[in-house]
Design a protein around this ligand. Sequence first.
Ligand code: ZN
Length: 302
Amino acid sequence: MSNNIQLVGPLVRLFLGLIALTGITAFANQAQAETDTINAVASFSILADIIAVVGGEHVTVTSIVGPDSDAHVYSPTVSDARAVAAADIIIINGLGFEGWISDLIAAAEASAPVITATEAIVPLLIEGEPDPHAWNALANATHYAASIAAGLSALAPKYADNFAANAAGFEAEIDTLFAEASARFDALPEGRRTIVTGHDAFGYFEAQFGLRFLAPLGVNTESEPSARELAALIQQIREQAVVGLFVENITNPDLVNQIAAETGLRIGGRLYSDALSVRGGPATSYLSMMRHNIDALLKALE
Ligand code: ZN
């Protein structure tokens, strides 16, 4: 309910900004005809990178939510509406990750096809609700790439072979990384498999490598834990063999720092959960993000 109230401000601003939008879509379509490049809009940075990899030279990608930013609680802007209105294709994660996206697309009166990258994925359920962080399983990223390749190919069939080849190259890199990582995670003793991080973004990650993640925040980042919930988590951490604490790039590190102070556990580093790093950081692409998270975790656990 509080969500709807928060949305009123941004949406009013959106509608006002949209009055100035007439003609932009026509201009964008003309520009596409001239340059022959597909203008894709992604909802968040991790997805934008996979689109750029699959699309290659035939696609330019704009990400609505940028690096190091939290897509769970994002408020769209007028320039987002402009980007969505001018898009040739809009690609989203789905599974309830971008709660604001339908309103944005409706407000922008966007006519581009909307592709849901997780469409072929059977989601993990948390208390009956789908866990949206499906990209955190390497195998799922191949489904993302396949959905993206299919969406782009429907728009530009003459490049379908390029998109398929790019997706296949991406899948080969994923397979190599998965084989390397699972050999190392498999070798961990049972008592060195539990980690604490900021929010429940790693359900798919733990399922693929046999780990256990605990977090003070749930699958969404919207609500803070109560003092009692936090005390229960700290009690659980004391009773279980927690090896490492990790802060995240998109959530406030205060809760994890507080847990470190109360349990005496060390902060093992930073994980990139829901967004890439800004340029110059260690996680500027999907594959470098997964490699960074895998290496950071193994450094603490091995
Ligand atoms: Zn998240």
